[in-house]
Design a protein around this ligand. Structure first.
Ligand code: SAH
Ligand code: SF4
Length: 393
């Protein structure tokens, strides 16, 4: 059952819990499927401009075709080669075989928040499912992109983490999500202004493919999407924070902290045992020194776990002197995890204590709670429906 209303208070919270109880039982156990690199199809969305040029000239086509195709794909958002009327007809007929545009197949779309949030579910060439969310705000249009099917990090409150990792997404699969969302936005009279890597998966465990996505979307001959408007969100893989600081792209960094000390963070983000809080914050300080850019800390607020005034003060002390901003995200309760969202008063108070200590903090209600828009929940629900219909049919 899908509810299409949004109420930013405790009522909505209760509604969303009841939806989850009626639609979900246990997290789906998925078979781990391995697809070798050789088996993965190469699509147009996988290629940088230079790689496209190489591919086309290798097939005996003139170099200038790359410019035309790239422009039509990213600036015009053509859905098929046939729309690229600048190309000769016989070439348009040949290209889908030579280089498919995309292999991502739309499966389902649901909307909520009065149509302000649209969640898109896709099927990959090997039958996996992944999610993309388009969020419309008064001043911006943001797409939330997935970078993996599942996730290996296994955070205690996260629906994606409960699936485990099936595989990394390819650059093409990530670019395709952005392009699909850009088309959806265009149909609504909008254009995309922000990309956040906050869908399924840990971007720093698929680092090269994610950075290649940034490069392709950034190319002025195509979408020309400013790197500054792209945010990579990580659960804290320290070596990649340092690596990102050295990249030419000025992407934004968000770090999912959720706790100010190791004893607590160990229980929420298992990766903390490898990269403890002190090392993580040191890496953030190096990142700010090198890039001059602010770090955003995400903090999923969980009732009775990490939401006290004392913890807020500890968090503010930890972040003292660091160019940063804290996003307090009231938890989206997930089936199979025992955690709850704190009361609205507690949520506001937590953010207030951080601010009183001089650290900027904002409460951000994540969009589309009532369509299971929290990380990985729609996909879990869809897999479950498939499993159930297989059992009954
Ligand atoms: N793996 C990356 C990016 C994807 S998750 C990361 O962890 O940063 C995007 C954000 O959603 C993270 O801050 C994550 O902690 C948060 N998140 C995941 N599940 C959530 C839930 N049930 N409620 C609130 N926030 C959640
Ligand atoms: Fe993975 Fe991020 Fe979910 Fe943690 S919160 S399990 S890192 S997707």
């Amino acid at each position: 059952m899908i509810k299409l209303t949004v109420v930013m208070d405790e009522t909505r919270f209760e509604q969303s819990v009841s939806i989850q109880e009626t639609t979900t039982k246990e997290p789906t156990a998925l078979p781990l499927r391995r697809v070798s690199r050789r088996e993965r199809p190469v699509t147009l969305h996988d290629l940088t401009f230079e790689e496209l040029e190489e591919r086309l000239t290798g097939a005996g086509l003139p170099r200038f075709r790359a410019d035309q195709i790239f422009r039509w794909t990213y600036a015009q958002l053509a859905e098929q080669y046939d729309e690229m009327t600048v190309l000769p007809k016989d070439l348009r007929a040949r290209l889908p075989e030579l280089l498919p545009l995309t292999k991502l197949e739309p499966v389902r779309a649901v909307e909520t928040d009065d149509g302000q949030t649209r969640k898109l579910l896709f099927r990959t060439f090997d039958g996996e499912h992944l999610e993309t969310v388009l969020m419309l705000y008064a001043d911006r249009t943001t797409v939330c992109v997935s970078c993996q099917v599942g996730c290996a990090v296994g955070c205690a409150f996260c629906a994606t983490g409960m699936m485990g990792l099936t595989r990394n997404l390819t650059t093409g699969e990530m670019v395709s999500q952005v392009i699909e969302a850009a088309r959806e936005a265009r149909a609504l009279g909008r254009s995309l202004t922000n990309i956040v890597m906050m869908g399924m998966g840990e971007p720093f465990q698929n680092y090269d493919a994610v950075l290649k996505m940034v490069r392709i979307l950034h190319d002025p001959r195509g979408l020309n999407f400013g790197a500054r408007r792209t945010t990579l969100s990580t659960s804290g893989l320290v070596p990649f924070i340092d690596r990102l600081a050295g990249e030419p792209f000025q992407v934004k960094l968000a770090v999912s902290l959720h706790a100010p000390n190791d004893a607590l963070r160990d229980t929420l983000v298992p990766l903390n045992r490898r990269y403890p809080v002190g090392e993580l914050i040191d890496a953030c300080r190096r990142y700010v020194r090198t890039t001059g850019r602010r770090v955003t800390f995400e903090y999923a607020l969980i009732k009775g776990v990490n939401d006290s005034d004392a913890i807020a003060a500890e968090l503010a002390t930890l972040l003292k002197g660091l160019l940063c901003h804290v996003n307090v995200i009231p938890l989206n309760p997930t089936p199979a995890a025992p955690f709850e969202r704190p009361s609205p008063e507690r949520i506001e108070r937590f953010a207030e204590v951080i601010r009183q200590h001089g650290i900027p903090a904002t409460v951000r209600y994540s969009r589309g709670v009532d369509i299971a828009a929290a990380c990985g929940q729609l996909r879990t629900e869809h897999e479950q429906q498939i499993a159930e219909s297989n059992q009954t049919g």
